[in-house]
Design a protein around this ligand. Structure first.
Ligand code: UGA
Length: 441
């Protein structure tokens, strides 16, 4: 079977390569000529552990190809997946669907009969039916099917998440017909995932679209709740690690997404919470919890900068701060909505000299952070002569640093660890003024 994946971005590349690994022939359509050249040259334009090797293997096996020729790819395809970006529209919380609708129009122009059109991009409820309406209007005589198949993979773990998913959500127009062409085709594509129990969950189009937003918003709320409990622990003498362990052992709560941090970021939680809140407001059923989560997360990043100022005794003019981690979390090069983009400009403005290091995000960070920041070659180079050290992401390389090694490079002894990567006692014993989130006095 052959399928077309429109979009050589994060979701398109990972899904295309993984579906190829399941045995399907996949053409990934990429319209940006520079990006297409890079993909064809085997130079994968994003960092995701294992992705370049997987793509190379699938191309070698003849199951994965890159192209800008949608018409030819569609002629041999049974299904086309739309995996284009849905960024936040400027000045509103709405998802910008212009790429999705452009893909729908392009599909309509070249679709063969009986094509299955699957939305993989994260799209607001109602978009799947809108895609169908666009195709129907352009080609009233075409027979086609539509489905929604949102993606739940995490950056940094994308391949494992795709090939060992908790569930694959599939929204269909017709949910009662167990042998509908759309359902049968998707069952075939995902067949390698099925063990004794199927991972495929079928539902209506609207439910599938809403499930994606609801899952991301719920996880964002969970992280935000843990962040608020961490603040309360600090104020009252509790230990957040004990509290979240105690909570998380209750299977109704679960242990995941309860680690406090500098605020959630990335290309998904901020955009998807905004889009969900906007859809809900438009539908006349505002999601107050989601709206409060968005506001609390924004405020958290700014408060962290204030906290650093307080730790430094009220002024950071002439204070050198080493920063480990710039991306929105570890194991990615993604700077989108990273807490560092709010926190570091505030510290810079307040007069601190910043020495920063990130294993993957520095090239992008240079374009986004203010001038005058020193980009170090290693964590220890960043720490050289620093009065204070700030940990913003949880890379294992940072966790491997010891008090002795850092003491040999830092001038001061103050640390704010926003990811609980170290044990407080180790640092306190070594004479550091060590602070981390959620540990009370
Ligand atoms: C998230 C979801 O986890 C995926 O299921 C979803 O498919 C994806 O968005 C998407 O919609 O494409 P991702 O953005 O890669 O994945 O990142 P996460 O690992 O979920 O982390 C999101 C943010 O929450 C990060 O800033 C992270 O540092 C923060 N976080 C996460 C915490 O602060 N504490 C936690 O305990 C967990």
């Amino acid at each position: 079977m052959h399928i077309t994946m429109i979009g050589g971005g994060y979701v398109g590349l990972v899904s295309g390569a993984c579906l190829a690994a399941f045995g399907t022939e996949v053409t990934v359509i990429e319209h940006d000529p520079a990006r297409l050249d890079r993909l064809e040259a085997g130079d994968i334009p994003l960092y995701e552990p294992g992705l370049d090797e997987l793509i190379a293997r699938q191309r070698q096996a003849g199951r994965l190809a890159f192209s800008d020729d949608l018409a030819s790819a569609l002629q041999k395809s049974r299904a086309v997946f739309i995996a284009v970006g849905t960024p936040t529209r400027r000045g509103s919380g709405h998802a910008d669907l212009s790429y999705v609708y452009a893909a729908a129009r392009a599909i309509a122009a070249h679709a063969p009969d009986n094509l299955l059109i699957v939305t993989k991009s994260t799209v607001p409820v109602g978009t799947g039916r809108q895609v169908a309406a666009i195709v129907r209007q352009a080609r009233p005589d075409l027979t086609f099917h539509i489905a929604s198949n949102p993606e739940f993979l995490r950056e940094g773990h994308a391949i494992t998440d795709f090939i060992q998913p908790d569930r694959v959500i599939i929204g269909l127009e017709e949910t009662t017909d167990a042998s509908s062409p759309a359902r049968t085709l998707l069952e075939t594509l995902y067949a390698p995932l099925n063990g004794p129990e199927s991972r495929l969950i079928f539902m209506g189009l609207e439910s599938a679209e809403l499930t994606k937003y609801a899952a991301n918003a719920f996880l964002a709320m969970k992280v935000t709740f843990a962040n608020e409990m961490a603040d309360l622990c600090e104020a009252t003498g509790g230990q957040i690690t004990d509290v979240t362990r105690g909570m998380g052992l209750d299977p109704r709560i679960g242990p995941h997404f309860l680690t406090p941090g500098p605020g959630y970021g990335g290309s998904c939680f901020p955009k998807d919470t905004q889009a969900l809140a906007t859809s809900a407001r438009l539908a006349g059923t505002p999601t107050q919890l989601v709206e409060t989560t968005i506001a609390a997360n924004e405020a958290r990043k700014r408060r962290l900068a204030e906290r650093i100022l307080t730790l430094a005794g009220g002024s950071i003019t002439d204070c050198t701060i080493a920063v480990l981690g710039l991306t929105f979390k570890a194991h990615t090069d993604d700077m989108r909505q990273a807490p560092s983009l709010t926190i570091l400009p505030l510290l810079h403005e307040a007069g601190a000299a910043l020495r920063v290091y990130d294993p993957q995000g520095m090239d992008t960070a240079r374009c986004l952070l203010p001038d005058g920041i020193l980009y170090a070659d290693s964590p220890l180079h960043a720490a050289e002569g620093a009065d204070m050290l700030l940990v913003l992401t949880e890379w294992p390389d940072f966790a491997a640093l010891t008090p002795t090694r850092l003491a040999a490079h830092m001038k001061g002894r103050r640390i704010l660890d926003c990811r609980q990567i170290w044990q407080a006692e180790d640092w306190q014993k070594a004479g550091f003024d060590y602070h981390c989130l959620g540990i009370g006095p």
